[in-house]
Design a protein around this ligand. Structure first.
Ligand code: AKG
Ligand code: FE2
Length: 326
């Protein structure tokens, strides 16, 4: 049975027969029913191991199965080279570069993500790096998250062998079990200006609970898949002569409402929603809530795209309350 699809179906039609608690509206590996669901799923030994590892650690290292890897990687690196122009990263190279698009739509990655999430994976953003980012430890849920929570992941592909001194990726295995903290949870006001404080909070957090960092050295053509709440970042570059050619593709999954937590205050009705483009089709993906397009069920507060809009909604609500209309 397609577990996640049936969850969405139940929301759209509460009388559906399969409406049991086991189809919770979250990735199956995060539900208390996961061991039973996994036992019942008809998976090969190999696939079962992949799902178990992902559920346990929050990330996976896999072969991305890139056809003609040597030529492919050399061509992509070469064609992107002039586009860096001193910048550390190129965002959404897939729009111009068919190889970057190919990497974001690899059949093997698509297959594994379907297995891990039991939903249609939607690649929506690419970033290419020529060097290490030295990015501090974070979870992608401050940038990209969704309702229901958890249907987001990153897929980071090495375009060359990456060893210890090139500023490799680091991950904190099992950190994905922590909640998807937003700035409010950490006592920070929403907004980009809080981002540095957020990073400091994450560093303090991993030290406080004694999480062990794992540095991911990689072979060309390998991919790391990390789940939404997994803490990760880029190590210090010890050898500045080294490149670290790589591409990360961020994925959402279908049937969700997509938003930017860093710029949102959901508790006062401010949701900075995202209009995402499916890299596979070039089309905008509808934001869905409880099995229906948000556009079909939204109130003014739900679709308010920014502070200004929600402020005016709030003002109206307050004025009505004052007039005794609430
Ligand atoms: O490449 C890195 O060092 C980190 C990238 C990252 O965190 C991301 O793209 O989400
Ligand atoms: Fe990240």
């Amino acid at each position: 049975m397609d577990i996640q699809r049936s969850a969405a179906a139940i929301l759209a039609n509460p009388d559906a027969k399969e409406a049991t608690l086991r189809q919770m509206n979250m990735p199956w590996f995060q539900t208390p029913f996961f061991p039973t669901l996994l036992k019942e799923a008809n998976l090969s030994e190999q696939d079962r191991t992949l799902v178990e590892l992902y559920a346990r650690d929050g990330y996976l290292l896999v072969d991305a199965k890139i056809p003609d890897l040597e030529n492919f990687a050399a061509r992509l690196i070469q064609s992107l080279d002039p586009l860096y122009r001193g910048r550390g990263r190129i965002q959404d190279a897939w729009k111009e570069n068919s190889d970057a698009k190919m990497l974001a739509t690899l059949p093997e990655i698509d297959r594994i993500l379907r297995l891990l999430y039991q939903r249609d994976p939607i690649p929506f953003q690419t970033l290419n790096f020529a060097e290490g980012t030295e990015q501090h430890t974070h979870s992608d849920t401050v940038h990209f998250h969704c309702i229901p929570h958890g249907f987001m992941c990153g897929v980071w592909i090495a375009l060359e062998d990456i060893d210890m001194d090139a500023g490799p990726l680091h991950v904190y295995p099992e950190s994905h079990r922590m909640p998807a903290w937003d700035f409010h949870d950490l006592g920070l006001p929403s907004g980009r200006e809080s981002y540095q404080r957020y990073e400091e909070c994450m560093q303090t957090y991993v030290e406080a609970i004694g999480l062990k960092k794992h540095i991911v050295t990689m072979k060309k053509g390998q991919a790391v898949i990390w789940s939404a709440t997994l803490l990760h970042g880029g190590e210090r570059i010890d050898d500045r002569t080294k490149t670290r050619h790589s591409q990360v593709t961020h994925y959402y999954f279908d049937n969700c409402l997509y938003y930017t937590p860093m710029l949102s205050d959901p508790y006062i009705g401010k949701m900075q929603m995202r209009m995402i483009t499916d890299i596979r089709t070039g089309k905008t993906v509808p934001n869905m809530y409880a099995g229906k397009p948000v556009s079909a069920i939204s109130s003014a507060a739900m679709i308010a795209p920014a502070a200004a809009a929600s402020a005016s909604v709030l003002k109206r609500v307050m004025a009505r309350a004052k007039r005794g209309m609430q």
